[in-house]
Design a protein. Sequence first.
Lengths: 348, 329
Amino acid sequence: MTTTVVQPPADERVATTGRLRRLLIRPEIGALFGAIVVLVFFSILSDTFRSADGVANWLDPASTLGIMAVAVGLLMIGGEFDLSAGVQTGTAALTVAILSTKYHVNVWLAILIALGLALAIGYFNGIVVTRTKLPSFIITLGTFLGLQGINLGLTKALTGTVLVSGLANEGGFTSAHFLFASSVKFGSHLFHVSIVWWILLTIAASYLLLRSRFGNWIFASGGDDLAARNVGVPADRTKIQLFMGVSVAAWLVGTIGVLRFNGVQASQGIGQELIYIVAAVIGGCLLTGGYGSVVGASLGALIFGMVSQGIVYVHWDNNWFKLFLGVMLLIAVLANTYLRRYAERSRR
Amino acid sequence: MSPRRCWLALLAVLLLAAVGCSNELDTGLTNTGNQQVQLKKKEDLSFAVVSHGAPGDSFWTVVKNGAEQAGKDLGVKVSYQASGGDAAVQSQLIDAAVNQKVDGLVVSMANPDALKASIERAVNAGIPVVTINSGQDKSAEFGALMHIGQDEVVAGKGAGEKLKEAGVTKMLCVIQEAGNVGLEQRCAGAKDGLGGSTENLQVEGSNTAQVESTIQAKLQADKSINGILVLGPIIAGPAIQAVQAAGSQAKIATFDLSGEAIQAIEQGKMLFAVDQQQFLQGYLPIQFLELYATNLNTVGGGQPVLTGPGYVTKDNAAQVASLATGGTR
């Protein structure tokens, strides 16, 4: 008896696509090309830019922005915004600073309390957005303004000044500083430890997004909320967790800043929320949700870091920095839109 | 390009960066900590100014003009960078200047603690540092050569005393920038100088229309306010409008100058302006650094070099006005 294996007709849903095409339809491809172009461009124009000290210098702004862009990117893929992300870095930093300098709480305990507060703010944002079904743009605009007022008002009321500093003399500072704000030495060159945090977080978040069930839930909740719910995805819970993720990232960035600069101003972080969104969008995240990449958001932050410092190294007037950023954003969005259309066509 | 080629290209770029790094290892900061100063030729000198001001800010543009004018007069290179009030950005810009091995660094320290590490790195790399405008207390501690600026408390006190002379008993001190310590010090100094009752009012400096209505509301709510001290000329215009709209008799004084502010003084709408002559805060550090680099001179003898407070009143407003249009006052 012989068995004949009947080859079923190839299903177009599992059809293989070319490697080039698979590469081109990745959401982060635009940001990757952008990063390479910017890197090559400034490396040719300035040898300080491509020296180790130069690299350490432009990775520094990229790192803290990158940590935020990763979390904000995940939230955007999940279909929501958080305009309070920037000011939350200030809230976390001020909490740590005021608790430790004014009430002499151990720095580690202060950091933990700030984390608890951050989680509460993220939960608040998430629960209000999912319960009311109002646009997260509006809800988090409220949180943004509210926290801005609390940051300034409470800081002024408790400390009598708007610059809280002097953490270095408090208990637990040295070990906390080592973990969050020290510099790692490579040869004779100092790299800030925030770069390590950034890279670790990008890897972890990318794994979470692409290789875990929670990652699928993020794409599903952002792509089509209702359809996701109908197939049993806990969309609300996913979104609340994403908001809390942004708050935790803001806590991390705030903590890094307050420990590194030994203090914080009450206006810390205001206006940064749009830069996070810019980085995520350059990285291929869609404003409408359901599409995007964590690595892309990180690359968006890298581009930002390279451009902001590169302009200094090539002796340009940094009055023009925002123009450069605006043009980058437009090019990135156009390229990403084109590539996504191409990707959707190629899936059919 | 095939994906493999693409990765190869990326690899090549990274390699290029790595080559840059290894070169740097040999010639890098090997003389770290060496305080010996090598005398340089004038035309080879290059100085960096890193301010905490916002790009395009009217006050800081005059500082920038001063630094650039000094560069032109002396035949040295000057690069000016503004960090928009963000201490993290400012420390990164200082790091960038140190990496470029400039011959001198000029920094305004609005938030000294945050800049400590970066400034000490510059000092350790043998780069002479001059602090300007703010951060006088920490300047010497961080290893800077000298400080050039205005003592904010002293200037505030002077303004308070002048307002008292003019008969002000209850003053409103308008702060246009949340989180700036220097502004808080001015108000504290003014309170001290006035001796009467003062109240601080926080406004959003970037939104002048709102500033006007906030001040107006304050004047309407409290008729006993008979003096307003604004801490930047950008708030002077809205304050004048608000006083007129509220029908108040409050006298107005401002910190720092603008064409508009000087005109208001000429017309008698404003009492006086406290002038810290910030052109000098750009010009002098470049001049002093050039003298230090070529002749090892230091100025001030460990004391800050004060550029203010000078006062612009109705008497000298016309002369200053013609200078302000040139961007030097």
